[in-house]
Ligand binder design. Structure first.
Ligand code: ADP
Length: 498
């Protein structure tokens, strides 16, 4: 029987998905399953690694069953995953020593602060491109080592393994034979030197993490071993791994310098490909590994907005002024661009480039005539303004995107994308397949397995659905942006940066 499918596994923060693609990167079948979130204390977020594993095997089986596929039909597996989330397990039994500590978890804030007080942040940022923040894996690893009895000792003598979710899944899929990760996931741990492409002894020492815990770091498209019979009913090679945002850039075929993608799901994540240059941001953006293919490291500049699609959920669930996120489009179309009302959805503070965690949301500029339609439209506009702030920060750091490729649930909204193009003043491109993250994992699997022969061939698989060209005149745009800046400054708790 000839192999005809690629299996992409997308292990996300709230659900796991498996998608089968044919060799032309067209979706053949998919399955998705949510799993429980665990909140042991305010600010703590955990996942049960067994629940993650069970959901991954269930969706894999589910997708395969839909088209009656067996392991013999699958050429290769690609994995993409929620980044930074930390798991430690026993190399012998495979049992995890603690729940997975999720990227959102803030329990290690005091540890981060103490390292900052010791003056270590500049060195850490130089080596990793990241901020010293609980978000990343290193302090989560240290927390498990220091808070679960006996674990540090076992870690020091090599009995335990650390992994981000990709690494944990790979270990399980390969029956404990492969303990590896890829360079994009490694670059989110605070332990990996993005310039030397190695785990860094000085960083390991700062965070008190024994080297014996760490996986081997490979390219994104590589031989990651073989998923065994008992998982898929036959042996299938694992040929691709990348963290979710990097996978989205790959799924958008963002292979050349300057190419930029913006993903609009719950939040918004922008990554610009900066080629072989690791740009150090002056605007608190992150420097990260965008991809490592054929041994070539491509760097990226990354910024995020905490609230994007979730602002639509806020309109729907809290204000109850729309029935569904999709209803925002008809309202905005009818209302047209709103100039005077600004919604600042700083529900969880302001991210890059403002970094004001204590800021909170506001609706400004209301008049007696302002109503539901203006608030809904202004909320959509706010997501575009926040993207503009990120893109301006990138431009200031030396990367000026000429176009931006978009994906995620919110890009179904044509009105939003036209406004985004108007505000960014660059074309916005939406692909036919807006599920870029999982598609990126499939691309990597196809390339790693030799089915797709070159990155150029991968680029040719990317298909545009619609390009939104900027149409707004400069004067109108500038007036809107000035209004937005005034609104943002009103919610800030710190002095605005000049
Ligand atoms: P995630 O992967 O973060 O769960 P998705 O990529 O599935 O998110 O996107 C879902 C988000 O997109 C939701 O927050 C939803 O409010 C928003 N959304 C979905 N459809 C639309 C639409 N037509 N207009 C605006 N927002 C939308």
């Amino acid at each position: 029987m000839s192999k005809k499918y690629l299996l992409a596994i997308d292990q996300g923060t709230s659900s796991s998905r498996a998608v089968l693609y044919d060799h032309g990167a067209q979706v053949v079948a998919s399955a998705q399953q949510e799993f429980p979130q665990i909140y042991p204390q305010p600010g703590w977020v955990e996942h049960d690694p067994e629940a993650i594993w069970d959901s991954v095997t269930a969706v894999t089986e589910g997708a395969m069953q839909k088209v009656n596929a067996g392991a013999a039909d699958i050429s290769a597996i690609g994995i993409t995953n929620q980044r930074e989330t930390t798991v430690i397990w026993d190399r012998e039994t495979g049992d995890c020593v603690y729940n997975a500590i999720v990227w959102q978890d803030r329990r290690t804030a005091a540890f981060c602060q103490s390292l900052k007080n010791d003056g270590l942040e500049p060195t850490i940022t130089d080596k990793t491109g990241l901020r010293l923040d609980p978000y990343f894996s290193a302090t989560k690893v240290a927390w498990i080592l220091d808070n679960v009895e006996g674990v540090r000792k076992r870690a020091e003598v090599g009995k335990l393994a650390f992994g981000t979710i990709d690494s944990f899944l790979l270990w399980r899929l390969t029956g404990g034979r492969v303990h590896a990760t890829d360079a994009t996931n490694a670059s989110r741990t605070l332990l990996f030197n993005i310039h030397t492409q190695e785990w860094d002894d000085e960083l390991l020492q700062y965070f008190s993490v024994p080297r014996a815990l760490l996986p081997e770091v490979r390219d994104c498209a590589a031989d990651f071993g073989t998923a065994l019979d008992d998982c898929l009913g036959g042996d299938v090679p694992v040929c691709g791994i990348a963290g979710d945002q990097q996978a989205a850039l790959i799924g958008q075929a963002g292979f050349s310098d300057g190419m930029t993608k913006s993903t609009y799901g719950t939040g918004c994540f922008v990554i610009a490909n900066t080629g072989n240059k690791a740009l150090r941001s002056e605007n608190q953006l992150l420097t990260t590994i965008a991809m490592r293919i054929d041994g070539n490291v491509t760097y990226g500049l990354e910024g995020s907005v905490f609230v994007a699609g979730s602002a639509m959920q806020w309109l729907r669930d809290e204000l109850r002024i729309i029935d569904s996120a999709a209803a925002s489009e008809a309202i905005a179309k009818r209302t047209g661009v709103v100039s005077d009302v600004h919604v600042v959805p700083a529900f969880a503070g302001l991210g890059a480039p403002h970094w004001d965690p204590d800021a909170r949301g506001a609706i400004l500029g209301l008049t007696r005539g302002s109503g539901r339609d203006e608030i809904v439209t202004a909320t959509l506009q706010a997501v575009a303004y926040q993207t503009r702030d990120l893109v301006d920060a990138m431009s200031d750091d030396g990367i000026k995107p000429a176009v931006i490729r978009v994906d995620g649930g919110m890009v179904a909204n044509n009105w939003f994308l036209q406004f985004l193009a108007d505000i960014l003043d660059i074309p916005v491109e939406r692909p036919t397949n807006v599920e870029s993250t999982v598609l990126g994992a499939a691309y990597l699997a196809g390339y790693g397995a030799g089915i797709v022969k070159s990155v150029r061939e991968l680029s040719a698989l990317w298909q545009p659905d619609k390009v939104f060209e900027p149409q707004m005149n400069a004067e109108h745009r500038d007036r809107l942006l000035r209004g937005w800046q005034v609104a943002v400054n009103r919610v800030r708790t710190a002095e605005p940066k000049l």
